[in-house]
Design a protein around this ligand. Structure first.
Ligand code: DAH
Length: 356
């Protein structure tokens, strides 16, 4: 190979080695093999040579062109692979990195309220129990000592499922979480201390009722359980939930088929200002009572040995009171502005107020 070709060869090979990205590599490629590249220029010059001189030079030039073309391609592949690798590293998705604040999501007030209830009752030793949304009418009504003629059973309130061939039970969308009491007592031995948050359904739809809503049930069964335990537990819960250590709480006698005695629980508030804990007025927040002897017996527990108390509350109702949310329907509209306003920071733990 003549000296000038050898110099060109060395130059191109070292330029290729020095090209560390595809842009630099492409400059070497075009400058060598492109239309006005150095090697192309030499090949074009062949035409002006004498035939014998041209022959020897042509062979050498073609060999050099093949060698350099191969070298350029090989280096190109190397740099492409390196670029891909760098992109894979740079663009790797780390799902553990917290999102930037402006696009962070929010915890829906229903979820957050359930988290708060769970946190408070959790400190008191309660476990979370679950039951199915599609429930038998035995679990939802009969076992809870609800007579056949009870108004809650009518089509007006209850969504009945169509009968299923081969299935001789009547099924409903549960109208209350109280059926989880039955499932729990049938499934585990006392002592029992559970809460059961979850969806419930009733054929009712207006500004203050939704056909799907949430309740949180509570059940304690043990020996020597009294109304005093019920009162202490619920006073403690309500004061912790609303963050008011001296929140006034009132118990009023009431009626539920599955408790005896039954109670309605009120908290102090001001009708004028809406302030929880202030003023002279009372607001009903939940139902409760001592588990009816017949309910214990329906679950195979001897009422002379075991006693218990139960309670049930509306999650949306408590969320509305605590967060000043005026309209029940807004919970289910998926309006991102509403969620931004009332939703909770996903990274902040559910609050546990003093007193628990
Ligand atoms: N299940 C009742 C309802 O939906 C609420 C309730 C009241 C639950 C008293 C209870 C209780 O466990 O003891 O209105």
């Amino acid at each position: 190979m003549s000296d000038d070709l050898e110099i060109l060869r060395q130059d191109v090979l070292s330029e290729l080695a020095g090209a560390t990205d595809l842009r630099a590599w492409d400059a070497v490629r075009v400058g060598t093999l492109g239309k006005s590249g150095r090697l192309t220029g030499l090949l074009k010059a062949l035409g002006k040579m004498q035939p014998d001189e041209r022959k020897a030079r042509g062979v050498a030039l073609n060999r050099l062109r093949d060698e350099l073309t191969q070298a350029v391609e090989a280096r190109g592949k190397e740099l492409e692979a390196a670029a891909l690798q760098a992109r894979l590293i740079a663009e790797k998705l780390d799902v553990t990195v917290p999102p930037p604040a402006e696009v962070a999501g929010y915890i829906h007030p229903i979820s957050r309220t359930i988290e708060e209830m769970t946190a408070i009752f959790g400190v008191m030793g309660f476990q979370v129990a679950e039951g199915p949304d599609i429930e038998t009418d035995w679990h939802n009504f009969s076992a809870l000592n609800t007579p056949d003629h009870h108004p809650a059973r009518t089509d007006h309130d209850t969504f009945y499922l169509p009968p299923s061939p081969g299935l001789d039970v009547t099924r409903v969308l549960r109208t209350q979480t109280s059926g989880v009491q039955i499932r729990t007592m049938l499934g585990q031995k006392p002592p029992i201390r559970i809460i059961a948050p979850g969806r419930t359904y009733r054929a009712d739809h207006d500004a203050t009722h939704s056909p799907m809503f949430h309740q949180c049930e509570g059940l304690v069964v043990g020996q020597g359980i009294t109304l005093g335990h019920l009162k202490g537990c619920l006073i403690e819960f309500l004061r912790a939930f609303f963050g008011k250590p001296s929140l006034p709480v009132r118990f009023r006698s009431s009626y539920f088929p599955f408790t005896e005695p039954s109670l309605e629980v009120d908290i102090g508030w001001s009708r004028k200002t809406g302030e929880i804990g202030g003023g002279e007025d009372w607001l009903e927040v939940l139902g409760a009572g001592m588990v009816h002897a017949r309910v214990l017996a329906n679950c195979g527990l001897d009422p002379c040995v075991w006693q218990g108390f139960a309670f049930g509350m509306g999650v949306e109702r408590l969320a509305m009171l605590k967060n000043g949310i005026p309209d029940l329907r807004s919970f289910y509209e998926s309006d991102i502005r509403w969620l931004r306003h009332y939703g909770a920071d996903p990274l902040a733990p559910a609050l546990l107020h003093e007193g628990v």
